[in-house]
Design a protein around this ligand. Sequence first.
Ligand SMILES: C[S@@+](CC[C@H](N)C(=O)[O-])C[C@H]1O[C@@H](n2cnc3c(N)ncnc32)[C@H](O)[C@@H]1O
Length: 243
Amino acid sequence: MSVFDDPGLFGRLNAENYDGPDNPDPAAAVDFLADLAADGRVLELAIGTGRIALPLAARGPAVEGVEASPEMVAKLRAKPGGDAIPVAIGDMADVPVTGPYTMAYLVFNTLFNLVRAERQADCFRNVARVLEPGGAFVIETFVPDPADFDRDEQVQPWWVAEDSAAIRLHRYDRTAQTFLRQTVTFDAAGVHLHPFAMRYMWPDQIDEMAGRAGFRLAERYADWDRTPFGPDSTSHVSVYRLG
Ligand SMILES: C[S@@+](CC[C@H](N)C(=O)[O-])C[C@H]1O[C@@H](n2cnc3c(N)ncnc32)[C@H](O)[C@@H]1O
């Protein structure tokens, strides 16, 4: 199956090593989401190994999740408190739960893991279906930088060691706003391919998609510490409200 049509691929390739030092500290995101959720029932789309969900649940909200990868959920289940979080295995574009929730959230650029525009739109529409009136949908993504895709194909050295090395190759489709990335590792066992794809969007495009699903932008910051969002911001945290 193509990387563009396989929601379980990320977890199969990454679950084993996902919880590592390279992942961002969840503290600021958890503070932000806990303030907004109060003691409500909340839904994390693409809950993964519980990086956000577990510390958030410890703050009071009743957290549930949707996740495509059983491998990621197995890692969540193995952590203290991980068994107490209900998770529906499925595609976050379908939001295969009923709610109602006071808040849903989709963080760490994961909206872009839906690599087709129609599936991103499905996701917004289905989140609207399971939120209470006035409910919040919180999105965190990077802001695309056109300098990253000034050429359709790009090569980056990734790391170099004495017994191995890796490069990253990107192929951009600037019309579809997608990229395919191959992280290629060379070591004594051979050459290993690690594919990944995204469909990136600019914040105003996300606003438009959200608007078509019945959401309005209520708050936007450059990060979880509520740094004001501006033209030079490289990421955004956006709170959409229903109605
Ligand atoms: C970067 S991780 C984020 C995990 C978690 N939200 C966090 O912040 O640590 C992306 C997650 O999205 C999941 N995922 C990717 N596509 C998905 C889809 N279509 N439906 C549900 N989950 C998906 C992956 O399995 C993975 O757990």
